[in-house]
Design a protein around this ligand. Structure first.
Ligand SMILES: *Cc1c(COP(=O)(O)O)cnc(C)c1O
Length: 438
């Protein structure tokens, strides 16, 4: 058992340089997990389709190797042999076994990827606004008040989650990428849209960037009076907390955060934590303390994932620990309709039970969390629960966010379906169409 709560490992890992592990290390790592040669080959086969990347901190401090391959953190970062249809895995395994040319393997992997809905919620087509000379690469005007920006230098993470809904950005297919690198164009766009009050830097992971690069994006925004908040989406607190503590630019980074706060903006981290174990190392506590000392706020979120965090106790433990550390529980998401969704999906009916069973046990200060929420094409849909109305069993739902702001926070209903895992699976109740379909 890895004693992640022990002071020793946390201290040992701090001060070390970041080191990534990729597909070429899979053979060695899956052997450590005790997989058979066939399972190891199947894992490598899956990794030709879905991206794999992890690092020494995740490997040494977070994964419990005695419990692998069932360990939740192992499952969080390592591709699983059964994540893709068996025929596909068999075919790719064959190619690898007989040492097929790279081009042949790439072509087979590509054919499988396009069947995995690489861009859910119409990400490539919608919301990329025209401005000035044309489209702004890497910018999505998501909701009236919120702009998302994908900096080109933030297109990777310290480690990848197996369930990531942005997985398509991490593989070498240029037409699946969304990225921009023009900080002034971002500023000008926001300035020309006074309704925008929040800019969210995301990726990949915005905290993969070094301080000088992140500063170039953030600094121009500080002069915009209209902006209330600058947000940074990151999994670094879970996968590489050293970013805020011992990395060479950690102190500069914290000063940058202070400047945002001094400029009168709310600086908020949308911190991704999938499992309570990610909160245990002491270096995480230290990273959280240092970030909060700058005046920034840390809000936490994660999707509900089968075999990784699909029970109420896990969420309750996570929300309690986050609250204790001064973070604000924010969202429980439903796994999106992309990649190996069939593998990780939790039915909506079960998701509402898990959410409620965790929520009912935490104090009011942790009940800032909302969910289970689907980030779907029309907006963020929260499943409030299952109720009986006029003799019919239905899901009660509401929009937390919606492209059509008029629909926000208005209850609506869908027919109960115990198998439904996503908005597309639902049928309207007491109406022939959903409000967002009008
Ligand atoms: C929508 C979204 C956010 C931001 O949520 P708000 O509702 O604008 O606060 C952050 N992360 C992800 C993954 C989202 O889908």
């Amino acid at each position: 058992m890895t004693l992640v709560n022990d002071a020793a490992p946390a201290v040992r890992s701090t001060g070390r340089k970041f080191r990534a592990f990729t597909a070429k290390h899979l053979e060695e790592l899956t052997a450590r997990a005790g997989l058979t040669p066939d399972e190891r080959l199947a894992t490598r086969a899956v990794a030709t389709v879905l991206p794999f990347r992890t690092n020494a901190y995740v490997i040494e401090e977070l994964i419990d190797w005695d419990a692998a391959p069932d360990d939740p953190i192992y499952r969080l970062v390592f591709p699983q042999p059964d994540m893709l249809p068996a025929d596909d895995v068999a075919h790719l395994s064959d190619l690898l076994r007989r040492g097929a040319p790279k081009a042949e393997i790439d072509a087979a992997a590509h054919a499988i990827r396009v069947r995995l809905n690489p861009h859910p919620a119409g990400q490539m087509e919608l919301n990329i606004p025209s401005f000035g000379d044309g489209k702004i690469p890497g910018l999505q005007h998501k909701y009236d008040e919120t702009v998302l920006y994908f900096p080109k230098q933030g297109q990777t993470c310290h480690a990848y989650c197996t369930y990531c809904f942005r997985w398509a950005q991490f593989i070498g297919e240029p037409d699946l990428k969304m990225a921009g690198d023009d900080a002034l164009q971002l500023r000008d766009y926001v300035k020309a849209h006074p309704e925008v009050t929040s800019v969210l830097f995301t990726g990949g992971d915005a905290m993969i960037m070094g301080e000088p690069v992140l500063r170039r994006y953030i600094e121009p925004l500080l002069e915009l009076e209209q902006l209330e908040s600058i947000r940074i989406g990151t999994k670094a607190l879970a996968y590489w907390p050293q970013k805020f503590v011992t990395d060479p630019d950690a102190d500069d980074m914290l000063r940058l955060f202070e400047r945002v706060v001094e400029a009168g903006k709310n600086l908020a981290f949308q911190a991704h934590f999938s499992h309570p174990r990610e909160l245990e190392p002491l270096v995480v506590t230290e990273a959280v303390r240092r970030i909060r000392d700058t005046g920034a706020v840390i809000r936490t979120q994660a999707p509900l994932i089968r075999t990784i965090n699909d029970d109420a106790k896990t969420w309750e433990t996570m929300w309690r620990a986050q609250t204790r550390m001064g973070m604000v529980p924010y969202y429980m998401f439903v796994e999106r309709d992309t990649g190996p969704q069939d593998y990780f999906a939790v039915p909506l009916a079960r998701a509402v039970d898990i959410f409620r069973d965790a929520y009912k046990n935490v104090a009011g200060v942790s009940r800032t969390v909302r969910g289970p929420s689907m980030s779907a094409t029309p907006g963020k849909v929260c499943v409030d629960g299952v109720v009986e109305v006029a003799g019919q069993k239905v899901f009660a739902l509401h929009f937390i966010q919606c492209r059509d702001a008029e629909l926000v926070n208005r209850p609506f209903f869908a027919q109960y379906d115990p198998e439904a895992v996503w908005l597309d699976d639902l049928k309207p109740a007491f109406a022939d169409r959903f409000p967002f379909e009008r």
